[in-house]
Design a protein around this ligand. Structure first.
Ligand SMILES: Nc1ncnc2c1ncn2[C@@H]1O[C@H](COP(=O)(O)OP(=O)(O)OP(=O)(O)O)[C@@H](O)[C@H]1O
Ligand SMILES: [Mg+2]
Length: 378
């Protein structure tokens, strides 16, 4: 059935069907299904070891899944070797050819394809211009900075006009400022070329700022797929809420529709459709917690630490042993007693899942910070 809406007009560029990858007796990817649409900037985001690189290697043709099929542009490529897939990869290590200059590094793929010198020079020049290296063509790649080498790697990967570009933590080695510059440049290049980008990172800020679609993974399984705003505002479970930004995550009970109990108090919320007295995870973002005078909030706590973060203070508050994180522009004194106030729409209810209870209290964080900043905040 054809539905209305822009998103369904885009066709699938990459589709993974029932993919399982096993190393020894370790099932690294477990029955994974994924559709990546044409011309999108898609990011695989998840902690180290969750299987991001393994997925890229399977799409690129460097690793065959133990079970399942991979489709590119609707064609089953599971048994098609890497060099026959219209896919290119950029690795963190750049993997440039040190004996070739910038021009020849970029030209390499076209030479393999036996293109004419005229075709090569016009395409290489176009690519060098795109990555702002048009005056560097004769330079040795070993004389370039990390950011410049990364640009050569991008130009080299795009010169053969792949349908899909895979990027595995390409900015891992760059300092923070350069990383930010490269992020916005890469995003612009993706939009200009319209090539489907599958980008891998474990940096949630990088993922949120660059992507059309973010795929949050944990232990070889997809936890959530959505737009950056969707993932941030509507995390589907406690893992996503914890991994994307900061979150206070408390054990709660849905007493009835729109009423949840946690921290020994009842709160109004906007959620419904849970079983009566169903145990849930209650997720509250640090920036949504309002600080009141002690006695004027629904909860009462003691300020355990305060860290200045530039725009706001990060305040750890002990409420009956549970350490909350609050972000506020108002300074609070360590040791003072404050009230915590929550509106119904600040409270997000999530179903319990296998990793519930592993995240959401800032005790460890707080102790560490307390030690470091003890002298500053006292
Ligand atoms: N060739 C291999 N042989 C054995 N185990 C492997 C192999 N490749 C990956 N693994 C294991 O599979 C799991 C997933 O690895 P993968 O490299 O895909 O993770 P990742 O999400 O890319 O992590 P990182 O962010 O650290 O790069 C890890 O436990 C890793 O040790
Ligand atoms: Mg990896």
């Amino acid at each position: 059935m054809i539905k209305r809406g822009d998103f369904i007009l885009k066709k699938n560029m990459v589709a993974l069907r029932n993919i399982t990858a096993i190393f020894g007796d370790h099932k690294v990817i477990d029955n994974l299904n994924l559709d990546i649409k044409d011309s999108e900037f898609v990011t695989l985001l998840g902690p180290s070891g969750c299987g991001k690189t393994t997925i890229l290697r399977m799409i690129g043709g460097f690793l065959k899944p133990n079970v399942g099929d991979i489709f590119i542009e609707g064609k089953n490529v599971t048994n098609v070797p890497a060099h026959k897939r219209n896919v290119n990869t950029i690795f963190q290590s750049y993997a440039l050819f040190p004996h070739l200059n910038v021009y020849e590094n970029v030209a390499f793929g076209m030479r393999i394809q036996k293109k004419s010198e005229i075709q090569i020079s016009s395409q290489v020049e176009k690519m060098l211009k795109m990555v702002s290296l048009e005056n560097f063509s004769k330079r040795s790649v070993t004389s370039l900075s990390g950011g410049q080498q990364q640009r050569v790697a991008i130009a080299r990967a795009l010169v053969v006009n792949p349908r899909v570009l895979l990027l595995d933590e390409p900015f891992g080695a760059l300092d923070l400022k350069l990383r930010k510059d490269m992020q916005s440049e890469l995003k612009a290049i993706q939009q200009k070329t319209g090539i489907t980008f599958v980008f891998v990172t474990h940096d949630q800020e990088e993922a949120l700022s660059m992507s059309d679609v973010v795929i949050v993974m944990n232990e070889g399984k997809i936890q959530q797929i959505g737009t950056p705003t969707n993932i941030y505002n509507e995390p589907r479970n406690a893992f996503v809420a914890d991994f994307i930004g900061e979150s206070n995550i408390l054990d709660g009970v849905m007493l009835e529709d729109y009423i949840v109990e946690f921290a020994n108090k009842k709160f109004k919320c906007l959620d419904f459709g849970f079983k009566k007295n169903e145990k849930v995870d209650v997720v509250i973002r640090p920036e949504d917690v309002k600080i009141r005078k002690s006695g004027l909030g629904q909860l009462k706590g003691c300020v355990a630490s305060v860290t200045f973060k530039g725009v706001h203070y990060e305040i750890i508050v002990d409420v009956s042993g549970f350490k909350w994180m609050i972000q506020s522009t108002m300074f609070q004194k360590v040791g003072s007693e404050i009230g915590i106030f929550l509106n119904a729409d600040d409270i997000h209810i999530m179903r319990k899942f296998e990793h519930s209870g592993e995240y959401g209290d800032y005790s460890a964080f707080s102790d560490e910070m307390y030690e470091v900043y003890e002298n500053v905040t006292k």
